[in-house]
Design a protein around this ligand. Sequence first.
Ligand SMILES: [Zn+2]
Length: 221
Amino acid sequence: MIVNGPDTEAEHRRDLARYGKWLYRLGFAPGSSGNLSVRVGSDCILATPTGCCKHLLTPADMVMVDLQGCQLSGSKKVTSEIGMHLAVYQTKEDVNAVVHAHPPTATGFACAGRALDEPLCAEAVMTLGPVPLAPYATTGTDELAASLRPLILEHSAILMANHGAVTYGSSLLDAFIKMETLEHFAKICLVADQLGTARPLDQQALGQLLDAKEKYIRNAQ
Ligand SMILES: [Zn+2]
C-alpha cells in the first residue's frame, strides 16, 4: 500500500505521538513496550524514546538519530530497540517508517515457533504478503538486527521468535496498517486452525490476487 506521509519534522513528531497512542489503545504495546520511527530526510531517523508508555508520549519526547544510531537530538534516550529499525532503513531504501509492537495473537504465533506465511485470506495477501519468523535473539542486541536482515528485503512484516513483530512501509500509516492487518490475520489463522479445516488459496487464485496488487500499486503511483 502506498501512503504519502507528512513533510515537516513537526508533523512527523505529531504523527509518532498519535500512532503511539493508537498502538497502545489497541493493546499492541502494553507497559512501555513497542516503538515507532520515521525517516526524516535521507539519513536521519526520528524515533520514540526508551522506557516510555506510548499512550503518554508527546511530540517533544521524540529522539533524532543518524543511520548508525548516534543520537543527534532529544532530551530522552532513544529506544534500545533502534537497531532493529536501522536494519530495516539500511536494507530497504524505500522504507520511510517502522513499527515494532507485541500484538498478542501474532506474538503468540511467534512464541509457538510459527510463521504466518500461509495464503489463507485475500486481504493479508494484498496488504502483507507472507510473514516469516525470524529466529530468537536478545532484545536490544546486534544479534536481533542480524536475525532480521536476511528477511527484510523480501517482506514488509516479520515475526520475531518469542518477542513480537515488526512492520514497515512508505509512511507511518502504511507501517501501522500492516501491524493492524498482521494481528487481524493472526486471529483469523488461529480460528481457522481451531476449526481444523483451513483452506489456503490455490496457486491460480494467488496469481490473480498478486496481479490485482500490482495493478493497484501502479494506479496509486
Ligand atoms: Zn520488543
